[in-house]
Design a protein around this ligand. Structure first.
Ligand code: AHM
Ligand code: MG
Length: 335
């Protein structure tokens, strides 16, 4: 469904809801609450560079209030806002060891998994970072939710998206009806539809990998990325590399321009041979977005990310994600 540009995100969400006469409005309400949290985080991110100048670099700021690290601030902002939203029964955050209950008396029918501020190595250096979120419908009947509500396959997500705090702040999300991007106009505090119905290019020539991990990769992964770097005019190779080190920013770039992002398993942690990225907070929501945009997301041994049944809140997964033709070719080579 295409809408004229200039539509606000709340209008877009309301219009989408109207297409579903049986909808209660809870998912719309949930997304709107999350957007308020995102704007709060975005405002704080934009102030980050001023912290030293304003004398806020210590434990307390000039008002004598305690200053939180940005990732803690983002985590608390989302938890505090969403726990009393009335739309959730349980949450989980990359920053918390265990599930997060909601306020008694405010339980609802959805669950929320989130990475409050992805790209931790870039937080203090003014490089794009973001918040990633994933929403499921609860499976338990009522009251507070539990791990069964959280540990659901990505295929069952009802919504997923991210907020990118970059040169401008962008919200990109899907509810299963295409991927839509909104850009924040900071002068009025509104997200406006700027990228309607995003489709990622079928093929690209960009590769996003941390090449410094090459010695730790499996041999077939090394061979494949070496191949993409070789001269082959028929295949439009070599590929160019682009790696920001914030998944959300690397993903966003590739979504728009086309690209292949990979964080394969490596040999550094033999007890947990699953790469670095988390299934619930990173891989699964981005996999829903990329499939909706026409791309694919798999593991380095060819499993579809959206079909993985999670067993653990902080489970990691080797991730290959991006343009369909590129993921297809990687899958064929690696299997
Ligand atoms: P984080 O959740 O601590 O930020 O870690 C995840 C980040 C991703 O944003 C990014 O893709 C990856 O770690 C980068 O890792 P590396 O520095 O090993 O390349
Ligand atoms: Mg992260």
């Amino acid at each position: 469904m295409r809408r004229p540009l200039g539509v606000t995100v709340s209008r877009h969400i309301m219009d989408s809801q109207r297409l579903h006469p049986k909808a209660t409005g809870d998912l719309s309400g949930l997304l709107n609450e999350l957007i308020v949290a995102a704007k709060t985080i975005g405002a704080e991110v934009n102030m980050a560079g001023l912290a030293d100048i304003l004398g806020m670099s210590g434990k307390t700021n000039i008002q004598g209030e305690e200053v939180q690290k940005l990732d803690e601030f983002a985590n608390r902002t989302i938890i505090n806002r969403m726990a009393r939203s009335g739309y959730l029964c349980v949450m989980t955050s990359e920053e918390e060891d265990d599930i997060i209950p909601v306020q008694d008396g405010y339980t609802g029918k959805y669950t929320l998994a989130f990475d409050p501020l992805d790209g931790s190595s870039n937080i203090d250096v003014n490089v794009s970072i973001g918040t990633i979120f994933s929403v499921h419908r609860r499976v338990t009947a009522s009251g507070q939710g539990d791990k069964r509500d959280i540990l659901q396959a990505g295929r069952k997500q009802v919504a997923a998206g991210y907020i990118l705090y970059g040169s401008s702040t962008m919200l990109v999300f899907t509810t299963g009806e295409g991927v839509h991007g909104f850009t924040l106009d900071p002068s009025v505090g509104e997200f406006y539809l700027s990228h309607a119905d995003i489709k990622t290019p079928e093929r690209s020539k960009y590769l996003s990998i941390n090449a410094g991990n090459r010695p730790y990769w499996q041999q077939n992964v090394r061979d494949y990325f070496d191949l993409l770097g070789e001269y082959d005019p028929e295949k439009d190779r070599p590929y160019s590399t682009r790696y920001i080190g914030s998944l959300v920013a690397d993903f966003h770039r590739n979504l728009i321009t086309g690209g292949l992002f990979a964080y394969p398993r490596d040999s550094r942690n033999p007890d947990q041979p699953h790469g670095k990225l988390r299934l619930l907070y990173e891989a699964s929501p981005l996999a829903m977005l990329i499939e909706e945009a026409g791309g694919r997301a798999i593991t380095d041994d060819g499993r579809n990310i959206l079909d993985i049944e999670p067993e653990d809140l902080h489970q990691r997964v080797p991730l290959i994600i991006g343009s369909k033709a590129d993921v297809d070719e990687a899958e064929e080579f690696l299997s």
